[in-house]
Design a protein around this ligand. Structure first.
Ligand code: SAH
Length: 247
């Protein structure tokens, strides 16, 4: 499959829109290079941590993580660790990506919102498993780079926006799943509001140390489940200060 260059439309809110006319089902040119390392990553780091969802395991075997890290760190792309991606930000450890993705229990038809695009790796994993992915990144150069990368890899079902994700993406709500990949000490109310009935939201909740926390919207409210301890970079305001729970 060949994909034409991404259309990058900068609106008042800096919307980066990927388009690729000749795709099928939003999926994707594979990058077969370093497949052995990806298989080993899944076998050695992901399966031993109890991840069993076959879709998640297949997505991690497929998405070329080395294309989402700077060249200077490409040799560590399949190591069991987060890596710097510039602007003081990091691409998450593969096992954390797998854990959070599995918790969303995606079946293939979902509309997903991600806050904290970073490198675009998590968005690519989500794009393998859901129908459409909307992702917001505060740091505009990272947003542009991720949009470019995702387009080059043929991920036609991802839209990247530059801006403050705290407010979510109201024009596209409701979402079946929402994932926040930066830490905040209170769950942003706009994200809870933008969750569909039955939808799931996962985020690292807490100050310097956090717990991955899952919310599920029910007809009576939200069910909350505390999961594993993690450490993420903070969710920042558009003035680059951490969000403290109030919009
Ligand atoms: N999911 C990413 C890693 C996330 S690192 C990946 O797969 O590579 C956290 C990201 O959240 C950083 O890139 C940071 O710039 C971004 N971020 C922090 N505050 C934000 C906010 N309010 N809105 C959107 N993005 C934010």
């Amino acid at each position: 499959m060949t994909c034409r260059r991404p259309t990058i439309a900068l609106t008042g809110f800096a919307l980066l829109l990927l388009s690729c006319t000749n795709s099928q089902d939003g999926v994707v040119m594979a990058d077969p290079s370093r497949q052995t390392e990806r298989d080993a990553m899944v076998a050695d780091q992901i399966v031993p941590r109890g991840i069993t969802d076959p879709g998640v395991l297949a997505a991690l075997r497929r998405v070329p993580r080395h294309r989402f890290v700077p060249d200077s760190h490409a040799r560590f792309a399949y190591a069991d660790r987060p890596l710097p991606i510039g602007h003081g930000q990091t691409i998450s450890q593969p096992a954390v990506v797998a854990f959070m993705t599995e918790a969303l229990a995606l079946q293939g038809r979902e509309k997903v919102l991600e806050i904290g695009t970073g490198s675009g790796y998590q968005a690519a994993v989500l794009a393998e498993l859901a129908s459409r992915v909307f992702t917001i990144e505060l740091v505009e150069p990272l947003a542009k780079q991720a949009a470019q990368r995702l387009a080059e890899l043929g991920y036609v079902n991802v839209i990247v926006r530059a801006g403050d994700g705290y407010r979510g993406w109201p024009e596209e709500a409701p979402f079946d799943a929402i994932i926040v990949t930066a830490a905040t000490d209170q769950v942003p109310q706009p994200l809870l509001d933008q969750l569909a009935l039955g939808g799931r939201l996962i985020l690292p909740l807490g100050a310097s140390f956090q717990k991955l926390t899952l919310y599920r919207r029910t007809k009576d409210g939200y069910e909350r489940t505390d999961l594993i301890p993690v450490r993420f970079v903070p969710l920042l305001h558009d003035d680059r200060q951490p969000h403290t729970g109030t919009p």
